[in-house]
Design a protein around this ligand. Structure first.
Ligand code: FES
Ligand code: FES
Length: 174
């Protein structure tokens, strides 16, 4: 089946088998291997990508279901070689070790903070409850998310108070 996607701000038209998951489509058809697969049954959150502003499990969505959608993957967060404020906060807070879970955690938090840059630790922990990290521990991840809120607030304020939907990374506060 032919589908059209907007991915990280660019357009893509693909022929996919109806049974192809969105995660497999991203990884195998588009080469966006930053989206990871682990459990492949909706439990671990490694495959999380943003579809029309919402964090979703790429292993549970068929590519054909995403036809016409705007998708942001972890590759869409940075601005060229410059880390996004959220990625930079992860680096400064040592919020990753092996990094396998990190793409899914970054996209989960990017969706949350885009929607609500004032999210408190409880809300951040709540959304992270769907992402399994086996080696870092969640304290630095939550601290990084709290730290990154200022950049998302600045972006919201620059847009006149409206949350800005993905696609695309964001720049830090100037
Ligand atoms: Fe999709 Fe685990 S690989 S939730
Ligand atoms: Fe290793 Fe999360 S950084 S699983």
């Amino acid at each position: 089946m032919k589908i059209a996607l907007t991915i990280n701000g660019g357009d893509a038209v693909l022929d996919v088998a109806p049974r192809t998951t969105l995660a497999d489509c991203l990884r195998h058809d588009l080469g966006l291997t930053g989206t990871h697969l682990a459990c492949e049954q909706g439990v671990c959150g490694s495959c999380t990508v943003i579809v029309d502003g919402a964090a979703v499990r790429g292993c549970l969505v068929l590519a054909v279901q995403a036809d016409g959608a705007e998708i942001v993957t972890v590759e869409g967060l940075a601005d060229g070689d410059a880390l996004s404020p959220l990625q930079d906060a992860f680096r400064r807070h040592h919020a990753l070790q092996c990094g396998f879970c990190t793409a899914g955690i970054l996209t989960t938090l990017h969706a949350l903070l885009t929607e609500n840059p004032d999210a408190e630790a409880d809300e951040i922990r709540h959304v992270l409850s769907g992402n399994i990290c086996r080696c870092t521990g969640y304290i630095p991840i939550v601290e990084a998310a709290l730290d990154a809120r200022a950049a998302y607030r600045a972006r919201r304020d620059a847009a006149g108070g409206d949350p800005i939907r993905p696609p695309g990374g964001i720049s830090g506060p100037s």
